[in-house]
Write a protein that binds this ligand. Structure first.
Ligand code: COA
Length: 334
């Protein structure tokens, strides 16, 4: 029988400092009304100075491990596009910080689709017997990479982390990850990016490095259109693959970028809007952390219940997108 990755624990965190729309409206030419009606976001959380992505990842990872009842893991995968530094990867630091010893630990970069990519890599590692138990964390700290003068990005993103423990099991087990659909389109890589700091544009003394090159740039309207199209297509393919009809989806856990995007994808799939998980109102777009944060919130609220079918789908810079299907297990959420 094929080994299948099964969800055993979940956890999440956002940093304590809440930033509401009014606070940003005092700094930028924007308003609570514009942000709420165009995105659905009411507030986000931003890390305090000195906080790193690894700090967020460790708290979420620890909570997911506790939720899974403790015990060892054989691999740590950190999905992030905001690592502590370009090299080395941040995952080994997180693994060491969690006291997980010398397990393989590495970063996966797929922007806002990172958590779904991380789950797929973990599921593959479990199926290939590289590990029996894997900790997958999605963590991003975008607040320090937002241009404070750019109202198109500064109001959207929040910091946070979410994590899941996957374990080897069977497809019939509660919590089984039943299928994936992944894709990318590098021709549109310029739509969301941080231009500086890589091999194409290094900081060096002869090339004055623009502060703005460190910042995230996004062509919102175009991203919006691609996001709706790609997430709808990917989710549609996955539904076929796992044999679910739209009515079989108990919860649609889409990447929390914009409530209008989530509703448009749900409409395209014929999933009722009442089945769409909305968490972005309280945390904004938390990139790779967004889906596990939304799932953790729904489980804590009691709306997400054991036995329900969850369709996850995410989209981000790259362009990268991915979907995953899962039957929600009976997990303790702390
Ligand atoms: N406050 C007030 N006005 C704003 C604003 C803000 N924060 N941001 C943009 N505007 C203005 C624009 O300047 C524009 O003004 P104009 O009509 O005078 O030119 C107007 O609002 C409409 O801008 P537009 O960019 O067309 O708005 P939009 O409805 O597309 O919403 C986003 C912008 C960013 C919220 C939306 O495009 C979006 O959510 N995109 C997808 C983001 C995403 O999925 N990211 C995740 C992957 S990276």
């Amino acid at each position: 029988m094929t080994r299948t990755a099964v969800l055993r624990g979940i956890g999440a965190m956002v940093p304590p400092r809440a930033v509401d729309n009014d606070e940003l409206s005092a700094l930028l030419d924007t308003s609570d009304e514009w942000i709420r009606t165009r995105t659905g976001i009411r507030r986000r959380h931003w890390a305090d100075p000195g906080m790193a992505t690894s700090d967020l990842a460790m708290v979420a990872g620890e909570r997911a491990l506790k939720s899974a009842g403790g015990g060892p893991v054989g691999m740590v995968i950190l999905a992030t596009s905001t690592p502590n530094q370009p090299m080395p990867a941040t995952a080994p630091q997180v693994a060491a910080g969690l006291g997980l010893g010398t397990v393989p630990a590495y970063d996966v970069t797929a922007a806002c689709a990172g958590f779904v990519y991380g789950l797929s890599v973990a599921a593959g590692a479990i199926a290939a017997r590289l590990a029996d138990r894997v900790l997958v964390i999605g963590a991003d700290l975008w607040s320090t990479r937002l241009n404070p003068d750019d109202r198109a990005t500064a109001v959207i993103f929040g910091d946070g982390a979410g994590a899941a423990v996957l374990e080897a099991g069977r497809e019939s087990d509660p919590g089984a990850l039943l299928g994936f659909d992944l894709g990318s389109d590098g021709l549109h890589r310029e739509l969301a990016r941080v231009p500086g700091g890589g091999s194409l544009q290094l900081a060096d003394p002869d090339t004055p490095f623009q502060q703005s090159d460190h910042y995230l740039t996004m062509r919102g309207k175009e991203i919006f259109t691609h996001a709706v199209g790609r997430m709808s297509e990917s989710s549609g393919r996955l539904l076929k693959q796992v044999g679910w009809e739209a009515r079989d989806v108990d919860w649609f856990a889409g990447h929390q970028a914009n409530a209008r995007i989530l509703h448009a994808v749900a409409d395209a799939l014929d999933v009722d809007r009442s089945r769409v998980l909305i968490h972005l109102d309280r945390v904004g777009n938390t990139s790779a952390a967004s889906i596990p944060l939304a799932l953790t919130d729904a489980a804590v609220q009691g709306s997400l219940r054991p036995g329900q079918n969850v369709l996850m789908t995410a989209f981000g810079g790259g362009l990268s997108w991915g979907s995953a299907a899962l039957n929600w297990p009976d997990v303790d959420v702390l």
